[in-house]
Design a protein around this ligand. Structure first.
Ligand code: NDP
Length: 429
């Protein structure tokens, strides 16, 4: 069994990851949290103690770390005897942290694709530019690396795989739909790092159509969906991490990602973009200072983690899948609904962070227990999704399916999983 977790990052997602690791420390062992700003790690640890989240008494320690420094990261992994690293820092860190894991033989998890500060919306398949280049190195070192195991990417990849295995003989299209029907009450804010959020939308929106990549302009394609709980929801075709792996791994001709945006978001985004304030390239001010406009915008916007206390409403994220079963057309929406307020009450973060953090910890538990400790690099849709979905059902993220037969909870293996307090995660009895 692999134990002892090193969490990298001290933001909203790291807070969820740390709480969920604490709630399962009988399985996961010692918990270490490392980020650039040490105070953020201490604040997370204080909130774990305040909420009494530790499943049993155990180690919980904060560390200051620049995770771009591979040697410092290797040193910390060894010093803390960590066997699993959950990287929920900025996506600029992925390749440094992955390298540290490969060189120390440590399992690696992240929740977003690697980003180069100088580039945006990279050509497909984006994973081929970075992470997949280290596939053989992972295999040689027998290092398990599960890429993009948040909600989207992450759970939506597992949903696609589960639905294809369970409800279809053949699949024609997967539309991933991400709607946040919540409200934070601020004039303008992004739900996660503004820099990363804006970078997703400033250039080409890639989609997978008829087995080929298609370049779209952002906000070019709009579609309204009738979503559970959220109701009629307006979304726009957006480029997103998971399309870059699912297009390769699933053999489905059409895969698209749709994200919900309010008119207000689009207006503010458009003004910022047209003024050049979303550029990742530096400019020189009259006083001779070199600044990156996007970094300035980030600095003046609310810290996404600060939105959590006032956030109300729910998110609804899922896959609408169309294909055939037994010769007949079949349509299935597999999805989750998550409540901002409930998430905040449990772990002190809003639902966007909650839906990203819980899957990463479920994945760590499956690696700790051995089921997902496969000794190579994979994207989530390459792994058996059943235990993953079953485990998340018991950790606060419940999966539902809506089809012609109605709307019901999906519980792939109710008799298999028993979360227990004695350190044994899976009860095959
Ligand atoms: P935040 O911006 O709130 O947190 C990022 C953290 O990374 C900060 O604490 C930051 O430290 C730290 N960090 C940045 N650079 C370094 C460095 N060089 N060394 C050490 N730490 C560093 O982001 P979130 O918590 O909202 O998101 C975390 C990750 O999760 C991101 O990759 C995001 O894209 C991803 N995500 C994935 C989702 C999914 O469903 N798959 C959904 C939401 C987010 P400091 O505070 O000092 O700057």
């Amino acid at each position: 069994m692999k134990r002892n977790i090193l969490i990298i990052g001290g933001g909203g997602v790291a807070r969820v990851v740390a709480h969920k690791c604490a709630q399962n420390n009988a399985v996961l062992g010692d918990i270490h949290i490392a980020s650039r700003t040490l105070a953020k790690c201490h604040a997370i640890i204080d909130s774990i103690h305040d909420k009494g989240s530790l499943q049993r008494p155990g180690t919980l320690q904060a560390h200051a770390l620049d995770a771009m420094d591979i040697e410092a990261t290797k040193f910390l992994i060894r010093a803390t005897r960590s066997q699993i690293v959950i990287n929920v820092g900025s996506p600029f860190l992925n390749m440094s942290v992955l390298t540290a894991c490969i060189e120390t033989g440590t399992a690696y998890l992240d929740t977003a694709i690697h980003e180069d500060p100088e580039k945006v919306c990279e050509n497909p398949p984006w994973y081929g530019n970075y992470e997949w280049k280290r596939r053989q190195a992972c295999k040689n070192a027998r290092v398990t690396a599960v890429l993009g195991v948040g909600f989207d990417p992450g759970v939506v990849n597992a949903y696609a795989r589960y639905a294809m295995d369970t409800y279809f003989d053949s699949v024609e299209s997967i539309d991933i739909i991400d709607v946040n029907a919540g409200s934070h009450g601020r004039y303008f804010a992004t739900n996660f790092d503004p820099e990363i959020n804006f970078r997703e939308f400033v250039s080409t929106a890639w989609s997978w159509e008829n087995n080929a990549w298609k370049a779209n302009a952002m906000f070019e394609h709009r579609k309204d969906w009738d979503m559970p709980v959220a109701g009629l929801s307006t979304t726009y075709l957006t480029g997103h991490d998971e399309i870059h792996s699912m297009s390769k791994n699933l053999g489905v001709p059409n895969i698209r990602f749709w994200m919900g945006f309010s008119e207000h978001y689009i207006n503010v985004f458009t003004v910022l973009k047209n003024l050049g304030l979303l550029s990742q390239h530096s400019v020189r001010t009259a006083r001779g200072q070199e600044i990156v406009p996007l970094e300035v915008v980030k600095a003046v916007l609310p810290d996404p983690a600060s939105l959590a206390p006032a956030y109300s409403g729910k998110t609804c994220i899922g896959d609408l899948i169309k294909g055939r079963k037994d010769g007949l057309p079949q349509e299935v929406l597999i999805y989750n609904v998550c409540d901002h307020k409930t998430s905040f009450e449990e772990v002190g973060s809003q639902a966007i962070s909650y839906t990203a953090g819980v899957p990463a910890v479920a994945a760590a538990m499956l690696i700790a227990e051995g089921t997902w400790d496969i000794g190579e690099m994979v994207n989530v849709e390459e792994l058996d999704p059943k235990l993953f979905i079953a485990l998340m059902n018991r950790m606060g993220l419940v999966t539902r399916v809506r089809s012609a037969q109605g709307d019901h909870i999906v519980d792939p293996q109710p008799d298999v999983i028993e979360a227990s307090t004695d350190g044994k995660l899976l009860n095959y009895g």
